[in-house]
Ligand binder design. Structure first.
Ligand SMILES: Nc1ncnc2c1ncn2[C@@H]1O[C@H](COP(=O)(O)OP(=O)(O)OP(=O)(O)O)[C@@H](O)[C@H]1O
Ligand SMILES: [Mg+2]
Length: 286
């Protein structure tokens, strides 16, 4: 699949025109484009520290993109830029453009809360709210003024997160009373309740045992049928197992992170384009 074809039409529009088109509104999830997110010349500074330099990347729809690379190379920083979570870091400054479909997510009129609804996030450490399982799911829906059937929403999100069978008899129990793997699936279910288009996952299985890890991986494959997923992982086998596209990030002498290559996953692990990728995946570096 070409990652760039879909951009061609969009790139003919100037940045200003695109800002105007994007005034305040984000496209509905599932808008039929092959590329959901495009990073163009993404640079992130924390104060004077240049943490990430010149990342250009297309994230294809209904696919899993994995970020790999040594600690500190900026994987989480890039991920957080995609849904404006870096707005919450006072010293962070994000330059370049992040296109969500044809909208610049940092555009003047774009509401970051709306961005985070469309582009949800699941963190390394499961972080359910100290509330019941059902309330965890309904939390975002309540804020967003959901008026539909709450019981149906809870069930459908828990089913899609492959947790329903394990919790259907204890929906009023605390989310914190679940196992780590169940808590992580609850967090995924909670993200789904916001009707997202994209789900960002920062090392979602690194705190889990191997069985729970495989469950999360199976779930990711299932979710990729309807969502676009970006996952950061330190586990190269995991990237190879679950992702369709893998991006390898590295660090320069100033400890600035940059993307070395983004390739179809099988290609990156069997026939990497760049010598530095080969050194990393064969364990000669990092
Ligand atoms: N809030 C922050 N303030 C200042 N510097 C930060 C902040 N967050 C990250 N950094 C720095 O930015 C660089 C990239 O960090 P980031 O967390 O994105 O790396 P990473 O690739 O996710 O690493 P890891 O694999 O260890 O999670 C690092 O040098 C880090 O110290
Ligand atoms: Mg990280």
């Amino acid at each position: 699949m070409s990652l760039t074809t879909e951009r061609a039409g969009i790139d003919q529009i100037t940045g200003n025109a695109r800002d105007a088109i994007g005034a305040g509104v984000l496209p509905e999830p599932g808008t039929d484009r092959n590329v959901v997110i495009s990073l163009r010349d993404l640079n992130v500074h924390y104060g004077r520290f240049h943490a990430v330099g010149d990342v250009n990347l297309d994230i294809p729809r209904n696919r899993i993109t994995a970020f790999i690379g040594p600690s500190g190379c900026g994987k989480s920083t890039v991920l957080r830029s995609i849904n404006r979570m870096n707005d919450l870091v006072p010293t962070a400054k994000v330059d370049g453009t992040i296109w969500y479909h044809d909208r610049n997510i940092n555009g003047r009129d774009i509401d970051p809360v709306m961005v985070r609804r469309r582009i949800g996030m699941v963190f390394q450490k499961p972080n359910p709210f100290p509330k019941s399982i059902a309330e965890n799911i309904l939390w975002g829906a309540k804020i967003n003024g959901f008026t539909g059937n709450k019981a149906e929403l809870v069930e459908s999100c828990l089913r899609r997160a492959a947790l329903w069978d394990e919790v259907k008899d204890k929906l009023d129990a605390s989310g914190l009373a679940l196992s780590g793997g169940q808590q992580q699936r609850l967090c995924i279910a909670r993200a789904l309740a916001n009707n997202p288009d994209v789900i960002l996952m920062d090392e979602p299985a690194s705190a889990l045992d191997p069985i729970s890890t495989l469950k999360i991986e199976d779930l990711m494959r299932e979710l990729a049928r309807n969502f676009t997923i970006v996952i950061v992982t330190h586990n190269m086998q995991q990237a190879a197992r679950v992702s369709d596209q893998t991006c390898f990030f590295s660090l320069n002498e100033q400890r600035m992170g940059f993307m070395v290559e983004a390739s179809p996953t099988t290609e990156l692990f069997t026939n990497p384009k760049d010598r530095r990728t080969e050194d990393y995946i064969t364990g000669r570096f990092g």
